[in-house]
Design a protein around this ligand. Structure first.
Ligand SMILES: *Cc1c(COP(=O)(O)O)cnc(C)c1O
Length: 379
């Protein structure tokens, strides 16, 4: 039997899922604290998303983006309304890296400048443009040269950012909380400083909310907590509750001069129906507030129980990192095999939790018990 060659497979075959639970081919149930990289914020098989998709399947599966379609138009409107401030022009694509790729292209076109400032430990995707703004060398080294003109500065360091941004700068791209880089939240003051220095230099502030967006950090967008309106916001991962879709939300000055960008599958009706139902449900059910409350319970519970057996518990809302004192992958394996709990790494020493935002108190407590046991002693 041959398999896909680019993913290393895990020894658990997942056959079905419901809410925060997934079930393997032997009928074993697992508590899903990873939501497959934050891709199912409403949990597996959410009825609103399932029925929106079924209804759309019966109407039309696909129609090119130049013909208006009600599902796509409704999603444009929902995202325009949901976007921070006046970042209400919507470009749809199929993934996070494409959303960032578009953001970088739009910023270069609208500013007529080329330089892009990114941050150390950042992750913005794996296509050639977005990859150039991703920090880790192991993702880049086999594919160079990537695009030119990217400069990296230390994350959460306002002085370094002020020094790097100049009148030749097209954009700064930044995550409000770094995800793959280890769950590193930036201060509100830092994000405000990025806003100021980009505005002063007529550069675009691109906020990558591919992982932090849609309620994950306790507000619909993480950037809202800093009271900053970026020029461009990108989102993907959880946007379709499991269906592949990304979006780039732009202010007028970016959208008015975006150049010439397009994608064949931009906002297909079935995907748009899934995303429309997802955004609707997240807003209507008050999911961001629930994520804030559950995240607080999770983080404070972990801090109480783990104490100095771990280096740090950090994050915002239900985007949580536990910096451990031994190899995170061994803990993840024990969590899965001994406790039927699935979680994620973020680098070698961070256990990352991105559960469905619908997780309840008893599941949070179950997660804390399992992590307490799997992390074990102090070394
Ligand atoms: C996952 C991720 C991406 C890339 O998204 P893909 O859908 O895998 O292309 C970009 N930025 C951030 C912050 C991410 O977490």
């Amino acid at each position: 039997m041959s398999g896909g060659f680019v993913f290393s497979e895990k020894p658990i075959t997942i056959e079905s899922g419901n809410g925060t639970t997934v079930v393997d081919d032997r009928g074993t149930e697992y508590l899903d604290l990873g939501a497959s990289y934050a891709c199912v914020p409403l949990g597996h098989g959410h009825p609103a998303v399932q029925s929106a998709v079924r209804d759309q399947l019966d109407r039309i599966t696909y129609v090119q983006a130049s013909y208006p379609n009600p599902a796509r138009t409704a999603l444009y409107e929902r995202l325009a309304e949901a976007g921070p401030g006046d970042a209400d022009n919507v470009w749809l694509c199929n993934s996070g890296t494409e959303a960032n790729e578009a953001a970088l292209k739009f910023a270069r076109s609208a500013t007529n400048s080329t330089k892009i400032v990114a941050t150390m430990q950042a992750f913005h995707g794996r296509t050639m443009g977005a990859l150039a703004t991703t920090w880790k060398d192991k993702y880049k080294k086999h594919y160079e040269p990537l695009i030119d003109g990217v400069e990296f500065v230390p994350y959460d360091d306002a002085d370094a950012m002020a020094e790097a941004v100049d009148p030749d700068t097209a954009a700064v791209i930044v995550e409000p909380v770094q995800g793959e880089g280890g769950i590193n939240p930036a201060s509100a003051a830092y994000l405000q400083a990025v806003r100021e220095v980009t505005a002063d230099n007529d550069a675009a502030m691109i906020v990558d909310e591919v992982q932090t967006g849609l309620g994950r950090t306790g507000s619909l967008w993480a950037i809202e907590q800093a009271e900053v309106v970026p020029d461009v916001l990108t989102t993907a991962k959880g946007l379709g509750n499991g269906f592949p879709i990304g979006a780039t939300l732009c202010r007028d000055w970016i959208a008015d001069d975006y150049g010439n960008h397009a994608s064949t599958f931009s906002g297909g009706p079935v995907i748009s129906a899934a995303a429309g139902a997802t955004v609707d449900t997240i807003v209507a059910d008050g999911i961001p507030d629930h994520a804030a409350t559950m995240g607080e319970r999770l983080r404070s519970g972990l801090r109480d129980r783990l104490g100095d057996r771990v280096r740090e518990v950090r994050g915002e809302g239900l985007m949580v990192g536990i910096e451990v004192k031994r190899n995170a992958n061994r803990i993840l394996k024990e969590l899965a095999i001994e406790h039927q709990v699935l979680a994620l790494p973020a680098g070698r020493t961070v256990v990352r939790l991105l559960p469905p935002l619908t997780i309840d108190e008893s599941e949070i407590d179950q997660a804390i018990d399992a992590l307490d046991s799997a992390i074990g002693g102090s070394s």
